[in-house]
Write a protein that binds this ligand. Sequence first.
Ligand code: EPU
Length: 317
Amino acid sequence: MYDTVIEQDEWILPSEPLASHTSYRVGGPARWLAQPPDIEQLARLVQRCRSNGIDWYILGAGANLLVGDEGVDGMVIQLDAPAFRRVQWPASTNGDASEVGTVRVGGGADMMRLIRESVRRGWAGLEGLAGIPGTIGGIIRMNAGGRWGQIADVVSEVTVVDREGQVRTLQPEAIRFGYRTSGLAGAIVCAATLRLRRGDPARLRKRLLSIWRTKQEAQPFNEPSAGCVFKNPPNASAGALIDRAGLKGACVGNARVSEKHGNFIVTAPGATAADILSLIALIRERVAELFGIALETEIEMWGCATEIGAMEPARGP
Ligand code: EPU
């Protein structure tokens, strides 16, 4: 019925497999995968989805995402076009150590590349996010971060396409950043302005490498995963609880709790979303039994028939 309405643009692909778009390497297809060329087309696409009753989902680098084995019956939108990957660095510098520079970044820009480039150019503020994969849009939407900082620390403005398909500019107060959350669920982050400080490239590089090495020692970067699966409960570490529960190395099918860090589920070829979901359920059950703590998932879930924190698609109210 709506296929004819939707498939008139060559940047909307029908029945696109999603497994290769996620770091877990699992999950079924999207009914459509859209890669709009610019913000106007993106806004129109959201309006078309709304008026046709189609759910839409925003795919970043797929680094914090579990897609169900049946896939998603809706429009998966990816900001892959050059217009969404642009980065505009501050023009020149006066060499003053207290100088502040604003960088304008497209929502589809790659976070790790952005961090490396900011360090090379001598801009401080992003190096604490070393080792966090994703697009800048996805990183902002979930306020990614860790021990050395979070993206909310440097965001001064974002431009979104909201649930109604309207382009809006939001200041930090309106973004409502929290621990691994923001008030942006459902909105598409198209671009952001970040406030960075002057820094010495050599020192920034040293700090970047030291954070990166510390993370590599603690986290399984050499196996497919979606990073930490659960949020840390107040005053506790989910990884440490899972470790104390003796669950490191626990397997369901081809999904396994990493031996290196309890809050990571890693996958081997042949893993399914069902394997990961069963392992998540097992972990939650054991941690609740032993410590009386209900772990909440941090990863985003699409098309997963489960009550555990599955994200709603970005459908209008
Ligand atoms: N720990 C264990 N066993 C484990 C894992 C951790 O005993 O299997 C202990 C550690 O020894 C440490 C404490 O638990 O004393 C905390 O562990 P860690 O330093 O690894 O930090 P985390 O709280 O588990 C958070 C973020 C990570 C981020 C790191 C470092 C969350 C849920 N996780 O992890 O983010 O990389 O800090 O900044 O907030 C992610 O968001 O995907 C992610 C990996």
